[in-house]
Write a protein that binds this ligand. Structure first.
Ligand SMILES: C[S@@+](CC[C@H](N)C(=O)[O-])C[C@H]1O[C@@H](n2cnc3c(N)ncnc32)[C@H](O)[C@@H]1O
Length: 261
């Protein structure tokens, strides 16, 4: 692994979230939705757009990432790492699954489990994890490791699709509302191939309410924002409505800031 450059000069201030993110637009949500529809046949353009959008979100809360040390944990084939590097960050991909890495992972990629990152405490300005939390059996421990490697004052970006989201069952959604096994079987019947995800093996029922209670109870982070990642309006309001939020948020985005030690 390349030695992780500890940034010099990345903003330690806490810029106000940009207006674009505070008032996300229909146009943005529509573009993301359209890209998702073509995820299978045009993964390159879908994930590049998603990566640009996520990097915009990080910058809206933490300022430009140029010069920052960014860790992309569970980053798959590295679209997000590539985008952070494009913006001048020292970005590194940590991914445990060789199959997810694809043929050409970014230079310096580390094959590592997010539960146990081979990094010293507080090395990162930004620790980034997109759509990984619902794929780990113990989200609380996973989150603790993200916090550990983030420096005091640094940002932690965590997003996940919660179980009761219309997309909670992933490729067998929305049939997961009728039971995971039934939904999996239906998927296999319809497509003629086995589903990628199995509940309890590589997909877990993570809920918004319990996740929020967990992060708010932590003494080592403050919750800067808890919002729907993709919604064009009421993105923060929807997360405040117990019950409804489990169905309506779709994907929860948490922006956390590590407390001074
Ligand atoms: C749905 S993919 C998300 C990939 C990428 N972050 C994105 O948003 O497109 C879930 C990723 O989580 C990774 N993952 C699963 N368990 C993990 C763990 N314990 N530590 C780190 N990554 C993990 C998987 O290998 C996979 O790449």
């Amino acid at each position: 692994m390349r030695r992780l450059a500890v940034r010099r000069g990345w903003s330690r201030s806490s810029p106000r979230p940009s207006t674009t993110l505070k008032n996300p637009s229909f146009r943005r949500s529509l573009a993301l939705f359209r890209a998702f529809l073509h995820e299978q046949d045009e993964p390159e353009s879908c994930y590049s757009l998603l990566a640009r959008d996520a990097a915009d979100q990080v910058e809206a809360y933490g300022g430009p990432v140029a010069g920052a040390t960014v860790l992309d944990v569970g980053g798959g084939s590295g679209y997000f790492t590539a985008e952070f590097r494009r913006r001048g960050a020292h970005a590194f991909l940590f991914e445990p699954d060789m199959a997810e890495l694809g043929e050409k992972p970014p230079d310096g990629t580390v094959v590592a489990d997010g539960y146990l990152l081979p990094l010293r405490d507080g090395i990162a300005d930004v620790t980034f994890s997109s759509n990984v939390l619902e794929h780990v059996a113990d989200p609380e421990t996973f989150l603790s490791e993200l916090v550990r490697v983030t420096r005091p004052g640094g940002l932690i970006y965590v997003s996940f699709t919660n179980w009761l989201s219309p997309w909670g069952g992933h490729e067998w959604a929305p049939w997961h509302y009728f039971g995971a096994e039934r939904a999996r079987a239906r998927y296999a019947r319809r497509t003629g191939r086995p589903a990628k995800h199995t509940l309890g093996e590589n997909l877990f029922a993570v809920h918004i309410g319990s996740t929020l209670r967990q992060v708010r109870a932590r003494g080592d982070v403050t919750v800067v924002s808890a919002r729907s990642r993709y919604w064009p309006f009421l993105a923060e309001a929807v997360v405040k409505a117990p019950g409804i939020r489990e169905f309506a948020t779709w994907n929860l985005l948490l922006i956390l800031r590590r407390c001074p030690s």
